[in-house]
Design a protein around this ligand. Sequence first.
Ligand SMILES: *[C@@H]1O[C@H](CO)[C@@H](O)[C@H](O)[C@H]1NC(C)=O
Ligand SMILES: *[C@@H]1O[C@H](CO)[C@@H](O)[C@H](O)[C@H]1NC(C)=O
Ligand SMILES: *[C@@H]1O[C@H](CO)[C@@H](O)[C@H](O)[C@H]1NC(C)=O
Ligand SMILES: *[C@@H]1O[C@H](CO)[C@@H](O)[C@H](O)[C@H]1NC(C)=O
Ligand SMILES: *[C@@H]1O[C@H](CO)[C@@H](O)[C@H](O)[C@H]1NC(C)=O
Length: 562
Amino acid sequence: MANFQLVFFFSSTLLVALSPTVITAALEQDLADLDSFIQSLMECESKPIVGLTISLVKNGDVVFCKGYGKRDLNQGLPLDNRTIFGLGSISKSFTATLLASVLAERDGVTLDTPLVDILGHDFRFQDEFLTKKTTLRDVLAHRTGLQRFPTKLLQFGMDIDRAELTRRVRHFSQVHPFRSVFYYNNLLYTLAGHVAERLAGKPLNSCYGKRSSSLWGRRPFNVGPSYLTYSRDGHALLVDREETFRIQKLHAPSGGMASNAADMARYMQLHLSGGKGPDGRTLVPDELFRESHTVQFFRPYQPDKELYRPQYPVGVRNNGEGFGLIVGDYRGYRRLFRSGIYTGFSSLMSLFPDASGGVFTSLNGPAFPSHVYIDVHSILHYRVADMLLGLEPWLNTTTACSFPQPWATYDVNMTMPPAPSRDFPRDKRDYEGTFGNPLFGNLTIRLNSTDGTLRFKVGLVGHGILLPISPGNRVLINGPPSQSAPVVANFEETQGGAINRLVIPVASPEPPVVFVRGLKLTDVDELPTEEGCAVSGAEATVYKMWSYCVQLGVAILVFTFI
Ligand SMILES: *[C@@H]1O[C@H](CO)[C@@H](O)[C@H](O)[C@H]1NC(C)=O
Ligand SMILES: *[C@@H]1O[C@H](CO)[C@@H](O)[C@H](O)[C@H]1NC(C)=O
Ligand SMILES: *[C@@H]1O[C@H](CO)[C@@H](O)[C@H](O)[C@H]1NC(C)=O
Ligand SMILES: *[C@@H]1O[C@H](CO)[C@@H](O)[C@H](O)[C@H]1NC(C)=O
Ligand SMILES: *[C@@H]1O[C@H](CO)[C@@H](O)[C@H](O)[C@H]1NC(C)=O
């Protein structure tokens, strides 16, 4: 029973100790150098960091596992190798690993079994061909071409369970031809987690064991506060934890795991040992692990995300998608990696099989502007990789601070939300009501008679105010800053002039998300699919380009998984 062993594996990880025998004098020197490198990175003016944790595996052994900075700014608490961090999309690697262990014990079910054969006929996509053909491999490698709904307010606030999500995928539109492009999809990873639950015959929580720090949607114990913004002068915006953890109940498989540096070291050892546990027993069969470490689908070259050798002293490439991991190379050596962002946390895990080594880092502070914080992780991983692989380091404390200079500069354009106008073009009461969407449920709008604002509510965490934008019936949907950036949308009228639809444009090529007044969510199956609505391309672009916006002097940051 491989997955029971997996439970044991994660449950037994809390008492990991460094094995002193592996620390030679040379390694001791390397680790001392790394320690001072990290301390000076923490001081960089350009990269304000609240706290950082790191663990390192070399030749299969945990050789370094430490915390830096603060866990809690208010109380001045230090951070250590037991402090829990949100893993964001590194959760996807856990989902793929769990599936591998579950598949290993099931006859007749493989990565290439159509999902419909596992999930039954309550599950279907809009397209019959897709329903028949889509397999776990397609979902895990992000190659279905299905809609991903990149509106955080909606996607992460869904107030349903995973079984219901399985039923609602029938409303996902096809935005790219099947198996034609890499199109990252959080909701489908959540679906993959549900496949694991169905095959294991028990909920995800129990697949991972009670004592594990890696929790599925339960509120992790020992987790400190985290921060949406932070500046050197001490200004910090605290994440609303209550809301943040609530939404992870559904999305645990795609972004809701939490763990600490010590346990993540053990997770890296599991990958590096070809699926063996601490006592040498096989927890996940090597063949399945090898599949997840192999490119399943090629990604196009991403000029903004890769270090290109003629420009940088080294080359760092992303070759394509394995399962929950990206397969790439670093200075010619194989690298398997995955980054994750979860409101107030950002993390990166890199494995270097040639050195039987790996590194995990996590920050408990802002993740945006993403280039700054992704860089902090990358810089640390490059530095550690040089050490693990015995290469001359190419980053020093000066270039770590100035990175990507002197080699490159960022060209980052921030798009601000349009400024609200003074008034709505119609009586505010015209907008009141309940608007339904087959996937996201009801969005209700009410006029607050005390302060005269229009307030909305949708899903688990979507609540806030609607502000008018001229011209026309456009609005800014202003949700909680921990969950979402403001979203531009527009109301549409019937021929008789009544407000009957709220249309939320989503980045191209996705169709807009449409909420229809009075939609009965019980008979949604009979509804025709919504096709392109009158949404200006400019609005969709605003949404897409919006890495963050500054409003009322406080940075409001986009919550996302990457
Ligand atoms: C965690 O840090 C403590 C010191 O705070 C250290 O004694 C211990 O070895 C570290 N744990 C691991 C797994 O390295
Ligand atoms: C750091 O590296 C840069 C470029 O590689 C070099 O110009 C600089 O002199 C180095 N600084 C230190 C302190 O070694
Ligand atoms: C940013 O804006 C400048 C000037 O409008 C433009 O030339 C540049 O291409 C833009 N960069 C990106 C990444 O969109
Ligand atoms: C209405 O507005 C008042 C004043 O801003 C606020 O205190 C109250 O909570 C609001 N009521 C609702 C239901 O949003
Ligand atoms: C959504 O609102 C409609 C009325 O507009 C109602 O019939 C339906 O029960 C509501 N659905 C939920 C899930 O609250």
